[in-house]
Design a protein around this ligand. Sequence first.
Ligand code: ASP
Ligand code: MG
Length: 438
Amino acid sequence: MQVLKFGGTSVGTAERIKNVARLIVERGRNIVVLSAMSGTTNSLVEIADYLYKGNSRGAMETIFALESKYADTVRQLLGDDDYAAEARTVLRGIFNFLRTFTPEGFDTVREKEILAQGELMSTTLMSLYLRQSGYICDVLPALDYMSTDADGEPRMESIERKLKAMVQRHPEADVLLTQGYICRNHLGDVDNLRRGGSDYTASIIGAVLEVEEVQIWTDIDGMHNNDPRYVDNTSPVHELHFDEAAELAYFGAKILHPTCVLPAKLHNIPVRLLNTLEPTAEGTMIHSAAPADGKIKAIAAKDGIIAVKVRSGRMLMAYGFLHQVFETFERYRTPVDMVATSEVCVSLTIDNDQYLRPIVDDLKKFGTVSVDRDMVIICAVGDLDWHNCGFQADVLNALRDVPVRMISFGGSNYNISVLVHAADKKRALNALSAALFQ
Ligand code: ASP
Ligand code: MG
């Protein structure tokens, strides 16, 4: 058995749903995880936003627009038979539910109930279409088995127990369909695995059921060796180690959610990235047996980075300085990405500026502080064990005409990162592609 996950654009229109249905049935009995149709979760976020702002009318208008989009989809997908009627009934229930929310007492619990409706709708449509096409498709309701603990982490044992029992209850099913993204939290309330979390759902399911493979189906033929939005002639990387893929996902490769890799890695379940528009393309295989050849395999970039430099007031041989610096970021729950140190200075980067002011104020108590905004982390990923020679030089050589604010290597065997100004990002990405991959 495999887990096949299809993203929002892959189920974004009636036509695309039909196409995905064909891919699903060709692959036999598997667990299929769906995202919401593309645009839906954004609309649901907008509805919640109007309710927070006290604008019921804005919420109603957004609900109405979404409802008519779904009415069109049902017509195009299912025509006008009993399956279409059933779809209309379920959707009417969902849209009526959305209309029950008012600004009074609107809170995050209610918001999450709203956000959960997108995946409930996409799985309803897909299951009815598959049943109309003559297949036995059973839906495994994610809200009945997917749960998180008080830290927001998946409760793997409980998920395993419940999901295994559910799968056994449907021995006849040609397809087992389930919702990505949505779950219940430790209070039993409807919650989610954060935006883009359907990939995480797929990986958690793959891990607890120890499937052969988790397939993440999107609209591009795998993870590319550079960002196709800024660089021409990028090409798919056919094999990556779990840790390489995690670095790339974290540092900007949009195709895969960064949290997705961990459950699969811990249970050693391969993750394959595939393209619904070109199903026979090789895609990217993420596993523990990726080639270890000392080469850089791909480049990714993460925008919106802020560099903070602190120069110690005590100068040489000051111990406890780094501790004070990191403790300050920890106090404001602000994760640090990149670090570079010298004897008396440390530079580090963050991507969340919510608490930048109090952080800087606190840091000023024990050092001189400066801040650079609009920075970009560019990271080169590959099999970069330090015993291999030359890859650090290759990166820096490629960037010889680009001002580099920070350099970081040695934290992991998979990543060398540099920090540049946003204005130099495109130039830097192209220079790296030209030097490393051509
Ligand atoms: N529908 C959710 C989102 O748009 C989850 C996902 O697509 O992975 O973020
Ligand atoms: Mg996604």
